[in-house]
Structures are given as structure tokens and as C-alpha cells.
Design a protein around this ligand. Structure first.
Ligand SMILES: Cc1ncc(COP(=O)(O)O)c(C=O)c1O
Length: 445
């Protein structure tokens, strides 16, 4: 019989996990099944999936429609190459569905298998675009501290979380970082009369000027930073960023790998601020994680540059699994569910309920220094002292206490992130809040 103990023994013997270290795997849970926001472990424990897998299981666990879509497509044509000269029906239908869906000017899609591959595709497309435009030196990509863009070598180099770097350096050259628009701990200077949002955007302009506009190809940003601590930018940040990118001929890459497909209460997050990117990376939520799929969408102008290139300057970029028929069929079924069941609106409403509840907990517990969120992407940040904002080292302890009480989520240092499936109910939001309150009380007692 498969027991938790026997599985853990085999896991320890044979598996290397993402971010592997044995100390972080000591009390690993082994999940066996899921339904809605709930997941069940092999030893029968029911927990709320407070991070929707890794921010991606938007429609919740256990939707048979996606299994049906996969089974049907696998039985018909599971795989075929999408290399130029060959195509398939689900990839064509999904690309058509996505045309203009996120932003009016993004009508062309290249499919990948995940977020890092999407960002690699974005960086290479930026290089191709500027070479074709006669500006081959525009190769630098500016990212931000706390930014997470995946951990293949170039994506890791764009990622602004230094913990990911040291054992894999040297990083790919020509990736640099500016401070994040992190209102609670903004690392830049705010000048008289300036808001934090405008100050954070000014740092982009200064970086472009310092590096030389002829050397900077793109700026990459998550609309709301996820893995770096759920950092919601001030409302004036992205409109100013767009102006700066336009002024210096710098392409804006929106990394919507987490925020895409409804997580923030908008289908795509930059719409909240009336901003359009030139390239958008997506992954995760496009299939709710049921199968691996990602991609980039490019502006009509970038598309023109690619399709009008002579054969010897072609966009020589490819993945075996680009336009995977089964993954695309599952994505179509997933987007239907998100749309037909009003899940994006629910993310907005439930996100507000969650955020209000977190604010109420902050009234009760002095150790909560900051509460933030947008839609169903929320966080609390613990501090030892509200005045000094000194670290409390509570994130991991509260996370463990939450797991004991039936809530699974992720700690990022002192920040505890909450991003459940978008179909979560009011009762389930209240359970999340109750478990969190009890866990903080238990840890601080
Ligand atoms: C914003 C963002 N970009 C990129 C990635 C990388 O995606 P993947 O792990 O599918 O390569 C992630 C993963 O969490 C992400 O959150």
C-alpha cells in the first residue's frame, strides 16, 4: 500500500525538486486529489489551496471538462509539429481566440510550454526586432528588483531576486535592474512633489539615460509582482512607464504569467491602468495548469517586422511543443469556463473580501506591518516593529501553522501570499481568514 511514509522515502531517494534542499522538504505534503479550492493528501488531510498550485489553477481542481478536452484531442491528434509549414486546429483556434483578447494591438501569438520559455521568446524577439530596425545595439533589458521571470539562464538574469543567482553565475550580460515600485519599502529617492509611483518610473528613465537609449531594447515588468512578494504598484506607475518607453524607443514587455487570465479581477492586468504592452508573456492560467502551455503575444508592428524579414534574417526561434494541440485544446476549454462562469468578476469581488479581511487582521495583530493586494493576489507582511519595519522572521512559522489548520500557501521571507483559485466562495475566503488569524495567534503566543 502507498503510505505517506513509503512515498516520502521514495521521493527522497529519487526526486530532485524545484529549489531543492532537503531541509525545505522535511515535512512535505503529498497530494493525491483536488476539487475546487480543496486538495487532499495521501494520508487524508484536506487543505485549502491558498496559492492555486503556483498561482495557476484558476478554475479550481478537478474540472472534468478539461480532462474531456484533453482526451478527445489526444484520441484525435495528440501531437504534431507546429514548425513553419505545419499547423493544427486547436493552435489556430486558440491563437484566433487570443487575438486582441488581452490588448487590442496584440493579435499574434507564439506558443511555448511555460513562463520562462515565454520570456526567453520575448527577449529574443526584442533582439530580432531591433536588429531588423537597424539598431543592433539595443540589446539591454531592464528589469526590477523583486521581479520574477523564471529561471532559465536569461530569465534568471532578468529576475531581480538575488537569491536565485549565486550558484548559477555568471548571469547573462546586459540584464539590469531598477528598484521595484514597492510602496511599503521603496528603495529609491522620492523627490519633493513626486509620488512613489512617479519616482519609481523616473528610475527607469534615469537607467535608460545612464546606459544610453541606443543600447536599451526593452523593459520587462510584472503588472503585480508575484514571487517577489505580491507588490502592487501605485496607479500612476505604469502610465508613466509607458510614456518613458515610448520616449526612448524601448519595448515594454508585460510579464502576465501570473496576472493573465483574470487573477487581478481584470482579464489582463495592465488594462486597469489603460496601458498596452508591446509584448506580453503568458503561461500558467491559460490552461489553469492542467497542461503546460505559455506564449507571447506581439504587437502588430513587431509582427510586421517578423513576417517581412528576408529568409536569411528570419525569426529562427522554436520549441518542439509550440502550439501543442492537446495543450491548446485544454486552454480553449479553460477559457470557456473562466468566461462562462464569471470567474474574473468573482476574483475581483472575492479579492476585495480577502483584502478587507486581511486589513481587519492587521488591526488585531501588531506583527502585521503591511497588507496589500489586487484581485485574488493578496499578501500580509510581518514585521517585528511597525515603526522600524524590522524583519519578524514569522513568514515560515505562520505558514506551517496554517498548514496544520488546513491552509496551504507560500511564504516569501516575511510575506505570506494568498492567491486561491478564482472560483473560491465567500465561505472559503472566510475560512482562509479564520485559519490565518488562528495561526498568527498561535505563533505569536
Ligand atoms: C511572473 C512570472 N514569470 C515567469 C515565470 C516562470 O514561469 P515557469 O515556471 O512556467 O517557467 C513565473 C513563475 O512563477 C512567474 O511568476
Amino acid at each position: 500500500m502507498l503510505t505517506h511514509e513509503s512515498l516520502i522515502e521514495q521521493d527522497n531517494a529519487y526526486l530532485l525538486h524545484p529549489l531543492h534542499h532537503p531541509s525545505a522538504h522535511e515535512n512535505a505534503l503529498i497530494f493525491e486529489s483536488g476539487r475546487g479550492v480543496w486538495m487532499r493528501t495521501v494520508d487524508g488531510k484536506e487543505v485549502i489551496d491558498g496559492l492555486a498550485g503556483l498561482w495557476n489553477v484558476l478554475i479550481g481542481h478537478g474540472r472534468a471538462e478539461l480532462a474531456d478536452a484533453a482526451r478527445e484531442q489526444m484520441a484525435t491528434l495528440a501531437y504534431c509539429s507546429s514548425y513553419v509549414g505545419s499547423s493544427n486546429i486547436p493552435a489556430i483556434r486558440l491563437a484566433e481566440r487570443l487575438a486582441g483578447f488581452a490588448y487590442p494591438d496584440l493579435n499574434t501569438t507564439f506558443f511555448t510550454s511555460g513562463g520562462a520559455e515565454s520570456n526567453e521568446s520575448a527577449f529574443k524577439t526584442v533582439r530580432h526586432y531591433w536588429k531588423r530596425k537597424g539598431k543592433p545595439d539595443k540589446i539591454k533589458v531592464i528589469g526590477r528588483s523583486n521581479g520574477y521571470h523564471g529561471i532559465t539562464l536569461a530569465a534568471m538574469s532578468a529576475t531581480g531576486l538575488s537569491a536565485y543567482w549565486p550558484m548559477f553565475e555568471p548571469r547573462v550580460p546586459n540584464f539590469l535592474h531598477i528598484p521595484a515600485p514597492y510602496p511599503y519599502r521603496f528603495a529609491g529617492e522620492v523627490k519633493a512633489g513626486e509620488t512613489i509611483g512617479l519616482a519609481a518610473a523616473r528610475l527607469l528613465e534615469e537607467a535608460i539615460q545612464r546606459e544610453g537609449p541606443d543600447t536599451v531594447g526593452a523593459f520587462i515588468a510584472e503588472p503585480v509582482q508575484g514571487a517577489g512578494g505580491v507588490i502592487v504598484p501605485p496607479d500612476d506607475y505604469f502610465p508613466r512607464i509607458r510614456e518613458i518607453c515610448d520616449a526612448y524607443d524601448v519595448l515594454l514587455i508585460a510579464d502576465e504569467v501570473i496576472t493573465g487570465f483574470g487573477r487581478t479581477g481584470e482579464w489582463f492586468a495592465l488594462n486597469r491602468w489603460g496601458v498596452q504592452p508591446d509584448i506580453m508573456s503568458f503561461a500558467k492560467g491559460v490552461t489553469s495548469g492542467y497542461l503546460p502551455l505559455g506564449g507571447i503575444q506581439i504587437s502588430d508592428e513587431i509582427r510586421e517586422v517578423i513576417v517581412n524579414a528576408p529568409a536569411n534574417e528570419r525569426w529562427m526561434h522554436a520549441y518542439t511543443y509550440s502550439g501543442h494541440p492537446t495543450c491548446c485544446a485544454v486552454a480553449l476549454a479553460n477559457i470557456d469556463i473562466l468566461a462562462n462562469e464569471g470567474m474574473v468578476g468573482n476574483a475581483g469581488a472575492m479579492g476585495k473580501r480577502l483584502l478587507d479581511g486581511l486589513h481587519a487582521l492587521a488591526e488585531e495583530f501588531e506583527c502585521i506591518g503591511n497588507v496589500r493586494g489586487l484581485g485574488l493576489m493578496c499578501a500580509v507582511e510581518f514585521v517585528a516593529d511597525r515603526a522600524t519595519k524590522a524583519p519578524a522572521n514569522l513568514g515560515e512559522k505562520v505558514r506551517k501553522a496554517c498548514i496544520e489548520r488546513g491552509l496551504f500557501t507560500r511564504a516569501i521571507g516575511d510575506t505570506l501570499a494568498f492567491a486561491p483559485p478564482l472560483m473560491i466562495s465567500t465561505d472559503e475566503i472566510d475560512q482562509v481568514l479564520q485559519i490565518l488569524g488562528e495561526s498568527i495567534a498561535a505563533v505569536s503566543a
